[in-house]
Design a protein around this ligand. Structure first.
Ligand code: GCU
Length: 702
């Protein structure tokens, strides 16, 4: 296993210094298996650097208990062990007894771990090897404080079982989209020049970073499956197997996007009709071969009948029919199919006001609740549209109690500044995950994704990495990748605390002035950066005022008259989309109470979503006391000022952080400021010209 990166690749949140506390201790690792070996390997690397030692018990499995104990007299400071095991060193055995008395066997599950401090030994116990690996990275986060004198026993286990990143990577460079669709960090880490990269060190290092955040699954190729990428399922399967080999030591399973038309395009069958026996047989045989190469393969991801991709509608079948044929092929091997709910009409006529893209997923999928197999996971974008900086939650999340649902986020910043802008997204995701679709007494979005007694579908996000030396183009965008993993593991975490962890790890030991100034500056720059982005872009939840195609920079009417179906309906009197039941598209009716009524009424609709749900006059007074038009002006002026302040703040870190990081972030902040000014001027000028209402504060509007 080689995850040692070349010097020109940034170590992200796992610089060697982050392992100082572990690497200077005497540790013992008990247990067997690939992931336990990874723990040993990590400790050995750290000890080689920081002078500690790592040991393992006597390897003879048939040895009598006393022989299996580590050498008498060795006093360990850190012990990793699997339970139940009677052969643990004293401290670990004592913790084991307490744990089992308190929690009973099984409480830690497949990935959980227990952290305790007993008789001056820090003990990590797990019931399965993955738990030890997660425990290791938890200790990395804690650093010295893991060895403090007192530490209450802590039990950690992930909120949801599947925590996955989707890559929109192509093998070949696509003429319009490039190699990574919506990728802002260079080429793919998996493929180069139309072939699998020979050196997969970077993929292994990526797996290590993801495991340290909490992610445990990766889908390697684009959901828009082009001809070459389709073959990853058959004659190019070796690529996928090679990725699985380097990701496996970090507990990450590989998934693959497949084309619904594969039985025709790859199998040469006359149809891909999911109810056709030949088609069913083809999926079953093909899937069997996949598992022969990759026994722990995770499953398929499918974008069907969406934005030009083939799907069951082509055969007059439902999406349940479509998903189930793949699910049946995967079931014997324990695989799942992530079936995306991103289905809408992208050939609309803007004159037809009865079609509403926001309604589409619910219209298509809610009636199918209960018809999907247990190993189908319906993957739903968190909002009804498409990862705008502000949307309500997708009503599908609350409409399918008998279906496993995964909620999908976008770490890659397609609509949030394309990794040229600082936009720390965890506060937004945290709001979404904590949202209670049935009102305060009901479950949250995070709880739906986690599932009830049975497994839920978990959380999925579109990754933001590429072969850029900083991984993510903008070095500060690494924080989004880290935060997704952490929130997927525990959605209740405070985004500011997650940012703190990321800062501590990433800048560990790398700042001459100590971590204090870096921490303060980065919080000032990043904590509120998503809201800042929202302020200088499309106002009050209306969304989509971006340039068509690449989606960067302002173009208020860019999509207004296109077939994609996203409109703001601004005229001289007002702006916004009427999605009420009373007079609009009826979208509000897709929500359960109380939200169907909260959103229906202009009085109770939250300001930040007002224009998503209502068409209002410019003089409409918001809850914050401002009129809509004045709010547009104020937020756009403020947003730009905030970006200017961010930039100044970063300037002061020159000489405090690594010069390469400093230069890259500075260059991006210059662009962010330029772009924010462009947004401000276009949005303000557009609405001033439409409404004729001047800025109450007399600022210059072009
Ligand atoms: C957006 C994005 C596409 C992507 C699609 C999806 O529409 O612009 O590039 O393919 O989402 O999620 O499938």
């Amino acid at each position: 296993m080689n995850t040692v990166l070349p010097n020109d690749v940034h170590p992200a949140w796992l610089p060697p210094e982050a392992f100082r506390a572990l690497g200077s201790r005497r540790s013992l690792v008990c247990g067997e298996g690939t992931l336990v070996d990874t723990v040993r390997h990590e400790l050995a690397l750290a000890c080689a650097r920081y002078g500690g030692s790592t040991d393992q018990p006597h390897p003879r499995p048939d040895a009598p208990p006393s022989d299996d104990r580590p050498a008498a007299g060795t006093s360990y400071e850190l012990v990793f062990a699997l339970v139940p095991a009677g052969l643990l060193p004293i401290a670990a055995a004592a913790v084991d007894v307490v744990y089992r008395r308190r929690h009973g066997a099984g409480a830690l599950g497949e990935e959980g771990f227990l952290l305790a401090r007993h008789a001056e030994v820090t003990v990590v116990l797990a019931e399965a090897p993955a738990g030890l690996l997660h425990g290791l990275f938890h200790l990395v986060r804690l650093g010295e404080s893991a060895f403090g004198l007192t530490r209450p026993m802590e039990l950690h286990r992930p909120a949801t079982r599947l925590r996955m990143l989707d890559h929109w990577d192509n093998v070949d460079v696509h003429p319009v989209m490039g190699q990574v669709e919506r990728g802002y960090a260079g080429g793919s880490i998996f493929w180069q020049d139309g072939a699998r990269r020979e050196d997969l060190t970077r993929v292994g290092a990526y797996g290590r970073l993801l495991a340290a955040g909490g992610v445990n699954a990766v889908s390697v190729n684009n959901v828009n499956v082009h001809a070459t990428e389709a073959r990853l399922l058959t004659d190019r399967l070796g690529d996928v197997a090679a990725f699985a080999d380097v990701l496996r030591p970090y507990g990450i399973r590989v998934h693959l996007s497949v084309s619904f038309a594969a039985p025709v395009t790859l199998g040469g069958l006359p149809t891909a009709d999911p109810l056709d026996d030949g088609v069913r047989g083809w999926w079953a045989d093909t899937t069997k071969q996949v598992y022969e190469s990759i026994p722990d393969f995770g499953g398929y991801v499918v974008k069907a009948d969406s934005e030009g991709q083939p799907g069951p509608f082509g055969y007059g079948r439902s999406h349940a029919d479509g998903a189930n044929v793949l699910a049946d092929a995967l079931a014997p091997f324990g695989g799942v199919v992530h079936w995306r709910a991103f289905v809408y009409n992208h050939r609309q006529d803007w004159r037809d006001r009865s079609t509403d893209r926001a309604r589409a997923a619910h219209d298509h999928f809610a009636p199918l609740d209960g018809q999907f197999r247990d190993n189908v996971i319906l993957q739903v974008k968190h909002g009804p549209m498409d990862f705008q900086p502000r949307e309500p939650i997708s009503p599908v999340i609350a409409a399918m109690p008998r279906t496993r649902l995964a909620v999908e986020f976008q770490v890659t910043q397609e609509y949030t500044g394309q990794q040229r802008h600082v936009c720390y997204l965890a506060p937004w995701w945290s709001e979404v995950l904590g949202f209670a679709p049935w009102g305060d007494d009901g479950p949250t979005v995070a709880a739906v994704a986690a599932g009830g007694p049975a497994d839920g579908g978990g959380l999925v996000a579109v990754s933001n990495v590429g072969d850029d030396p900083f991984w993510t183009g903008h070095p500060l965008a690494q924080a989004n990748l880290y935060a997704f993993g952490r929130l997927a593991w525990d959605p209740r975490l405070d985004p500011a605390a997650v940012l703190d962890e990321w800062i501590e790890l990433t800048f560990a030991g790398a700042s001459p002035g100590g971590p204090g100034p870096v921490r303060r500056a980065l919080h000032a720059i990043m904590d509120d950066s998503w809201r800042t982005y929202e302020r200088y872009t499309a106002p009050l939840g209306v969304g989509f005022m971006v340039r068509p195609g690449h989606h960067y920079g302002p173009d208020v009417d860019g999509y207004e008259y296109t077939p994609w179906g996203t409109y703001h309906f601004a005229d001289r009197d007002g702006v916004g989309v009427d999605r009420t039941r009373a007079s609009g598209t009826g979208f509000t009716g897709q929500f359960p109470p109380p939200w169907r009524d909260v959103y229906e009424s202009i009085e109770s609709c939250p300001d930040e979503l007002l224009l998503f749900f209502h068409h209002v006059p410019y003089g409409h007074v918001l809850h914050n006391g401002s009129t809509v038009i004045q709010h547009i002006y104020d937020t756009h002026f403020d947003g730009v000022e905030q970006v200017a302040a961010m930039r100044q703040r970063w300037e002061r870190l020159a000489g405090v952080v690594d010069p390469g990081v400093h230069a890259r972030v500075r260059e991006r902040l210059d662009e962010q400021l330029r772009c924010a000014e462009e947004w401000r001027d276009q949005i303000n000028a557009y609405f001033f010209r439409k409404s004729g209402v001047p800025d109450a504060r007399g600022r210059r509007i072009h």
